[in-house]
Design a binder for this molecule. Structure first.
Ligand SMILES: Cc1cc2nc3c(=O)[nH]c(=O)nc-3n(C[C@H](O)[C@H](O)[C@H](O)COP(=O)(O)OP(=O)(O)OC[C@H]3O[C@@H](n4cnc5c(N)ncnc54)[C@H](O)[C@@H]3O)c2cc1C
Length: 382
């Protein structure tokens, strides 16, 4: 009989092999051409990876959160742009549906998502509401038995490539602006009339992931496409973000790990002053600091994941993991470019992409400043 450890090893090995064969060799080209590899995502989904932590009764793999993060680390080491599509789908829409979906919604949306037949995303941010997400303005108004949605969303991952988006809008009275309390979540198939994704953003990094605004124009939904209770959407979004932030932590670890691996090889090969640069102690110290920070970021992220699986409230632990791992990714990739010297600044060498991909981990799913606010608030409430 397979133990939990055997299953973890097998699943992570499968993801590592998939990433090595089907993702990493193509990632630089996808990045250059902004190519969204939906076919490869679908293939990965057919192996079960679009339902990683989803319970088996809903056709998922029922993995523990640490194993899930280990898979995301492998994907991120290969291509963070690929990892973010998989991470968002698994963490946020999935968590929301598992926790708050009705039996019918689970049958209709969650099961096909877990089987890899539907790709999902999550739209909370708006052009005027990022860090202050509770200030969002998109509005749903009741019309007979339907809800009618209008407004604009910003920077939603998978917005132009997903089959389904979880969209947060106000359902309080227009202009009532009851902050977080007036927000609800809707399940929106992207072929619904009135759903229009904007042109994909031209980004610094994660260039092959799809990030786009969404126009909601008289988008009409039956009441059974509201998720959970009216007015609870912001709470559900924050629950999803706890899982999402752990995923960004794993993303930071994966990016940083791959940068270190490239540096270990390069500093053995590159010679200056008639010896490999890796023989200079200043270079060795950089490598030692990189490895130490990566190990610490992974430990912090996995510890928060274990707390989640033990049923603890992990909001500020997820923030600590995301904050530390994303700053580690940025610091390590900055050192990596430095160790590669002029070659590090060139597109032909891999650390340049890792450096660009690292930056966004300090921004999305809450900036580093917002993570510090969450952590400080939790400390003061003790
Ligand atoms: C590639 C990418 C993918 C994304 N994917 C998604 C997605 O799938 N779904 C989604 O809903 N959103 C998504 N986002 C949006 C992302 O979550 C927001 O960009 C992020 O939350 C920051 O919001 P903002 O950009 O409006 O920055 P702002 O909130 O305008 O912040 C600007 C600066 O001010 C600082 N700041 C703001 N408030 C405070 C404060 N109180 N104290 C101290 N400093 C503060 C911030 O830290 C930041 O440095 C994505 C963004 C990117 C770049």
């Amino acid at each position: 009989m397979s133990t939990a450890t055997d299953i973890r090893e097998q699943v992570v090995e499968l993801a590592r092999e998939f990433a090595k064969e089907k993702i990493e060799p193509f990632a630089a080209e996808w990045d250059r051409t902004h190519f969204f590899p939906r076919g490869v995502i679908d293939e990965f989904g057919r192996l079960g990876f679009l339902g990683m932590c989803t319970p088996e009764e809903f056709d998922g793999m029922a993995l523990d959160t640490v194993t899930y993060l280990m898979v995301l680390e492998e994907l991120s080491a290969a291509d963070a742009a690929f990892a973010v599509s998989i991470g968002i789908h698994n963490a946020i829409p999935m968590t929301m549906l598992v926790k708050h979906g009705t039996p019918e919604q689970k049958e209709r949306w969650l099961k096909p998502m877990a089987r890899g037949e539907l790709l999902a995303g999550f739209a909370l941010s708006e052009p005027e509401a990022g860090s202050d997400a509770a200030g969002l303005r998109a509005q749903a108004v009741k019309d007979g038995k339907d809800w009618v949605l209008n407004g604009a969303k910003a920077w939603a991952t998978n917005a132009g490539t997903a089959d389904l988006m979880m969209i947060m809008v106000r359902t309080d009275q227009p202009n009532a602006r009851r902050g977080a309390k007036g927000i609800s979540t809707f399940i929106v198939p992207t072929d619904t009339k009135g759903y229009t994704p904007a042109k994909p953003e031209d980004k610094m990094g994660l260039r092959s992931s799809n990030t786009a605004g969404i126009e909601l124009n008289d988008l009409r939904l039956p009441v059974d496409q509201m998720l959970g209770d009216e007015g609870m959407g912001f709470v559900y979004a924050m629950e999803g973000l706890d899982a999402g932030r752990l995923g960004i932590g794993a993303q930071g670890v994966g990016i940083a790990r791959r940068a270190l691996e490239h540096c270990l090889q390069y500093t053995n090969e590159r010679k200056q002053f008639e010896k490999p640069i890796g023989e200079f102690q200043a270079v060795q110290f950089k490598l030692a600091d990189m490895a130490t920070r990566i190990e610490a970021a992974r430990a912090l992220t996995h510890r928060a994941a274990a707390r989640k699986d033990a049923g603890e409230d992990i909001s500020h632990y997820a923030s600590m993991a995301k904050l530390f791992a994303s700053e580690t990714a940025m610091w390590v990739t900055t050192q990596a470019v430095q160790l590669f010297g002029g070659y590090g600044y060139m597109r032909d060498f891999p650390v340049e992409k890792l450096f660009r991909d690292a930056k966004v981990t300090e921004i999305y799913e809450g900036t580093s400043e917002i993570q510090r606010i969450v952590i400080a608030r939790a400390l003061r409430q003790r």
